[in-house]
Design a protein around this ligand. Structure first.
Ligand code: SF4
Length: 248
């Protein structure tokens, strides 16, 4: 499953790659592990992957070690590795955070193009709203380890439903406006071993209802998506959590 059906791209390409092996060896090993090819075919496939991800002189680069690549080029190698077995899904965890801003857009554009060409779905984990707006079709907003809101990207960005998403979107500074203070969500994210009962967001929520401290809301229809928030409960009073009101 891992590698063949699901590829992964992590935040820091330098620690994703083994410093003791050439990128060619790492690519060939991955190809051989997942595809039914002999060594010569695997080498050719590895060169093809490097070329596809925009590495210049891919044949010569096969013999180079990770430290001989720049950050952006290393992340291209990691993308080539993730694609090596033609997975159906790539999980990309903050794939551009460790890179220069000028390189970030190139890597996101490359990932989008390759995913489209290969018919691969990408689950992109990021804090960067700009990247989300540019890249995603659907957005899942997480809070304290659970889904807060899920919906089409335009809807989540322009008409967020869950109070946490509303706060997140409101905290993005707008070009041209010069507020004295940036908007923020009061309070802090709970520790994962001390999540409040009921809705995890309730200590910070300005729209908190009485039941919010007692019952945890399950995701329910809100606009074109879902929001785990009692404000969208049309049935009223129904308990969504089989495990009981204090369940986390
Ligand atoms: S369930 Fe209640 S506390 Fe949680 S986000 Fe909705 S209104 Fe706020």
């Amino acid at each position: 499953m891992r590698g063949k059906r699901i590829g992964a791209i992590f935040q820091d390409p330098l620690t994703s790659l083994n410093p003791l092996f050439t990128v060619g060896e790492q690519l060939v090993e991955t190809v051989l592990a997942h595809l039914d090819l002999d060594a010569r075919q695997a080498h050719a496939r590895a060169v093809e992957l490097l070329a596809e991800t925009g590495i210049p002189a891919p044949e010569a680069r096969m013999g180079h070690y990770p430290h001989q690549f720049s950050g952006g080029m290393r992340q291209r190698v990691v993308i080539a590795l993730a694609l090596a077995a033609q997975p159906r899904l790539i999980i990309a965890d903050e794939p551009t955070t460790a890179l220069d801003v000028s390189i970030q857009a190139q890597i996101i554009a490359l990932l989008k193009r390759l995913a489209r060409e290969h018919g691969t779905a990408v689950m992109l984990i990021t804090h960067d709203m700009g990247v989300i707006a540019e890249t995603a079709d659907r957005v899942a907003v997480m809070y304290a380890g659970r889904l807060a809101e899920l919906g089409p990207v335009r809807e989540v960005i322009h008409a967020p439903r869950h109070p946490y998403t509303v706060g997140l979107m409101g905290s993005i500074p707008r070009l041209g406006s010069t507020p004295e203070r940036l908007v923020q969500i009061d309070g802090a994210m709970p520790r994962l071993n001390a999540i409040p009962p009921g809705c995890a967001f309730n200590p910070r929520c300005e729209r908190r209802l009485a039941r919010c401290t007692l019952q945890r809301p399950a995701p329910m229809p809100a606009g074109a998506g879902l929001a785990a928030c009692w404000l969208y409960d049309e049935i009223g009073g129904r308990e969504h959590d089989d495990a009981g009101p204090d369940a986390r």
